[in-house]
Design a protein. Structure first.
Length: 376
């Protein structure tokens, strides 16, 4: 094991990375709070500023994937589709099988210049998570309780508010509603059988309300839907902790572009279109499992230096005073100060671990585990 590889496994290094992310995130959240005064004066300036503030935080996680772990992301698509990346408003449909699927998606948004302006239809619980939810609030992320009767007006209002967004945005939808587990899959297929829908092998039954509503509300704003099917070579199941330990993975993403005008305007027909899409996604996963590749030409968009430079900036700004302070505490010889400092370190470690836990499948929500569900 080389020295760099050894460093990547050390807890103290992980703690320092977490410290930089958390403290820079709190600073960014405070700056975002201050930008609220811009909203009534110049809404579009407020949005552009917050896109860049969000980029400064999220790109630190992308840096871990690209530069720290060295994970490779390969696109399988066609040249015409790739040429549109970062040049239009789109809806993204991504399978929800892995702990770091969102991070692979962020890597692609970063490489095509839309990380700061990327959006998602997110569960409302995330709104209260420090850094993650707080940053998303200032970015006008659409939150939902995943109870359509309660969400309808909120979701429609949030989507319509994005109609004049000044930066190209990729709006992410996890149509399955929750991460794939064997239990959720079994229940989901029971629902599919009861509704007379074809069963899926690698996906949960898509929930159509969010998709059809997004298409209706953003029609005239977004140009297309990108269907993204993600898998990892070697049948790997990566985690954010694995990334933090410097483990390298190889992600393959099959991207297909569907012009929005090709998607039916009628809600029922649009829902049927989505079900058909998931049957195709299932076939793509089957092909990948058998052949080890997706169809289409392979593209490897080059990683950009900005994620690394951004992290190095925050590390320089925040770690220098931390080291100075820590040295002063231990030099003082005061047991009380030393214990207080170690307690602060322990609290920081706990906080970082809790943030990482948000991404873990086994700690995910129980949404989708109910034995009986209402028909959409």
């Amino acid at each position: 094991m080389g020295f760099i590889a050894f460093l990547k496994t050390q807890f103290i290094v992980h703690l320092l990375i977490g410290f930089v992310f958390v403290v820079s995130g709190l600073i960014i959240n405070f700056i975002q709070l201050c930008t609220l005064v811009l909203w009534p004066i110049n809404k579009q300036l407020y949005r552009r500023v917050n896109c860049r503030l969000a980029y400064s935080l999220w790109s630190q996680l992308v840096m871990l994937l690209e530069w720290w772990s060295g994970t490779e992301c390969t696109l399988f698509s066609d040249e015409a589709t790739v040429k549109t990346f970062g040049k239009e408003h789109v809806i993204i449909i991504l399978n929800h099988n892995f702990e770091i699927d969102f991070l692979c998606g962020w890597t692609m948004t970063e490489r095509f210049g839309v990380l700061g302006s990327s959006k998602v239809l997110a569960k409302r619980e995330l709104l209260y998570v420090p850094l993650i939810g707080w940053t998303w609030y200032f970015l006008e992320i659409v939150f939902c309780k995943r109870k359509w009767e309660e969400d309808r007006d909120t979701v429609i209002e949030g989507l319509k508010r994005l109609a004049d967004y000044p930066e190209y945005m990729w709006f992410l939808l996890y149509c399955e509603g929750t991460r794939f587990t064997e239990t959720k899959h079994r229940i989901s297929m029971e629902v599919a059988e009861s509704k007379g829908l074809p069963k899926l092998k690698y996906h949960l039954l898509p929930r159509t309300k969010g998709f059809t509503t997004a298409v209706q509300c953003l029609r005239g704003t977004v140009s297309a839907v990108y269907d993204v099917t993600l898998n990892f070579r070697g049948n790997k199941n990566p985690s954010l902790l694995g990334i933090l330990y410097g483990k390298k993975y190889e992600a393959d993403m099959c991207v297909r572009r569907f012009p929005l005008e090709d998607i039916p305007q009628d809600e029922k027909e649009a829902a049927n279109w989505l079900h058909k899409l998931y049957q195709e996604k299932d076939a793509l996963q089957e092909m990948y499992n058998q052949e080890g590749v997706f169809p289409g030409k392979q593209f490897k968009p080059p990683r950009r230096p900005w994620t690394l430079l951004n992290f190095l900036f925050w590390a320089t700004v925040l770690l220098s005073p931390l080291f100075t302070f820590g040295f002063g505490v231990f030099a003082s010889g005061s047991p009380l100060l030393i214990l207080a400092f170690l307690g602060l370190v322990g609290a920081a470690s706990f906080g970082v671990r809790r943030l990482i836990g948000v991404t873990e499948i086994e700690k995910g929500s129980s949404y989708g585990n109910q034995e009986f569900k209402k028909k959409e």
